[in-house]
Design a protein around this ligand. Sequence first.
Ligand code: FUL
Length: 491
Amino acid sequence: MRRKQLVVPKKLWIFFVYILVFTFSTINCSDNIINSYPTDNQNSPTAISPPIEPYYPIPSPSQLKWENSKIAMFIHFGINTFTNKEWGDGTDDPKLFNPTHLDAEQWLNVAKEIGFKYVILTVKHHDGFCLWPSKYTSYSVASSLYKNGNGDVVKEFSKACHKYGLRFSFYLSPWDRHEPTYGTNKYNQFFQNQLIELLTNYGKVGEIWFDEANGDDPNGNIQYNWDLFFSTIRNLQPSALIASYGPDIRWAGNEKGVAPDTNWCIQPKRFSLQPSYNSSRVWSPTECDVSIRPGWFYHKSEDSELKSPDSLVSIYFASVGRNSNLLLNVPPNKEGLISDIDIQTLKTWKNKLDIIFSHDLFLNQNIKSSNIRFNFKDYSPENCLDGNINTFWVTDKGIDTAQLVISLSEKRNINIIKLEEAIRYGQRIKSFAVYGFVNNSWVRIYQGVTIGRTRLIKFNTIYTDKIKVQIKDSYASPTLRTISGYYYANF
Ligand code: FUL
């Protein structure tokens, strides 16, 4: 009897090869995935695309969520609000603290409306006055006239944060000009006790901001037990991020809201708690703090000196647009409310940003790239133009340069381009340029080093239907999740 020969149809062969590629790429990544964050293609459109190998270090899930927040509100409020000072010396009478109409929901309402994703309150500034009734000092709301000493501003604030779905975060000054033990070893225990109160009584914490400022100790002789503080936070609030002086978020280095033009999240390891993946480098994104007013605390005399909405737009470009988060301070007044003038300024600023970014000229236009990982749709350049930050383009392994050309259905005025890497796989691009096709030739609009979560490029208006993004060099196959183009006439 003649045996029937098994004929495997071509489609089935392709399927076998696909399964093989998938299996090998998974095995290949497994080394890296040990001790790392889950970074495979969990958010990709289909579950079977081979995972992308991370380029370490990469953001933790909390850092990633934080970076995608982009903007946050800082709230400086305390005894200084009532003494008209910026730095109290710790001797002001706590009875001076008496906001007559304090309404944390008003603060959160404003924050929500503007689009801030987390809010950081100064629960204790350098003067040592606590906005919560700490058991460890009498220098707090408990000794004030506010609610006859029965108030707890941190409770009201945290409740409002949880209610409005914005991450409850706080600034706690290590420098304490009131506490008698300050400067001795005992102070570490005092600070630790206060930290535990804040970490255990107010629900989930998003970010904790430690300020390095100390006017009484300019050479930094005071020793804080940072290891103790950091490990306490990790134990009690594992997803909270420690910022400014801390392992998770880096201060941008000034109080003007401006990040360095070249801004890497990849940084030398500084704290033992930072996961470094067997290398000396860690993931450390920047946060740019700045106040809407000249001072950090409310002063009536500054009501006419608010930053203009236009200058806040420039600050947005110089912070968010340079791979950083923007932390904008809006201080409540003596009544305990954010003043109308601040709200109006914020609203006009938001309105301007909405107008600038409302119409993405590249959305779902035509795009071609010189390379696509496995030629898979899940990794195709169309993902950069789909308005979805979870989909992205990536090249084949070993391909570190590439070019992408966007063709618009018609010529347009363009003066802003937004680029974003899929940073959950690391910050990979280290040199890039952008060109516009004008008068039959490619004109260079911009060239730079880092992109990261967001790079905003502002340039003199060009009228074109073709834009080219050239990735000149990368640490690993480059990824991009967003390429957007805009036109704003009123710069
Ligand atoms: C500084 C402080 O001294 C200022 O008062 C303010 O809190 C700012 C955010 O940080 O170091």
